[in-house]
Structure formats: C-alpha cells, structure tokens
Ligand binder design. Sequence first.
Ligand SMILES: [Zn+2]
Length: 122
Amino acid sequence: MKKVITPKTFPKYKPGHPLLADLPEFLKNPANYEKIRRLILESIATSCTHSYILEFAKCRSCTEKMLERRALLKRLGFRSPKQFLMWRKVHEKIKERYPLVDWKVINDLRRKEEKNDVSSNY
Ligand SMILES: [Zn+2]
C-alpha cells in the first residue's frame, strides 16, 4: 500500500536537535563545557571503590551522591538524563573536531562584532 504524503508527513523544522533546543544558552556554549563537566564530575566523586554494582547500589554515600548529582543536573537546567547524555556527546564531538579553538576568544569576538553592529546602526 502506498503512503499518502501530507504536510503532516514532515515534522516542522526546528533549528538544532529537538532534544537540545530548549537547553539554556550557557549550556549550549562550548566555552562553558569544561567547567560544567568538572562540576558534575566533582559532584559524584567519593572515596568509595566498589567493584560490584550491587555494592554501589547498597552504599549510602554513593546513593546520596547520585541523588545530589541528579539535583545538580536539574539545577543546571537539564530536563532528563537523556538530554544530559546528548549534551555531553555533542560537546565531546565539538572538542574532537575543533581541538584548537578557544571558545572564550570566539565569544569575545562575537560580542565585539555585535556591539559594533548595533552602534553602526545609529
Ligand atoms: Zn560507596
């Protein structure tokens, strides 16, 4: 049977990945990635070394750390673990593809350009 193609066949175009589209700007900015990544890593660091996942699940301090991490992700603006994983994947890809780019410099340049654009309009 042939499928009938209607405008509904094609989802509406939205810039960016739908899962990441509603992330706050500071999470999208590659200049902030390392800082945020470290913050999240520090939030789960414990002195425990569990060799079995079952021990980890039973450990009180590890469980608390996990809850803390979940709360931190929420505070940062992540909506779901899936969104967080996707965010990490995208930023790792950016890092891999542009290892020499200093995003802070790029941001400063962009800001300067925007300012110049605005002042030249008046
Ligand atoms: Zn533990």
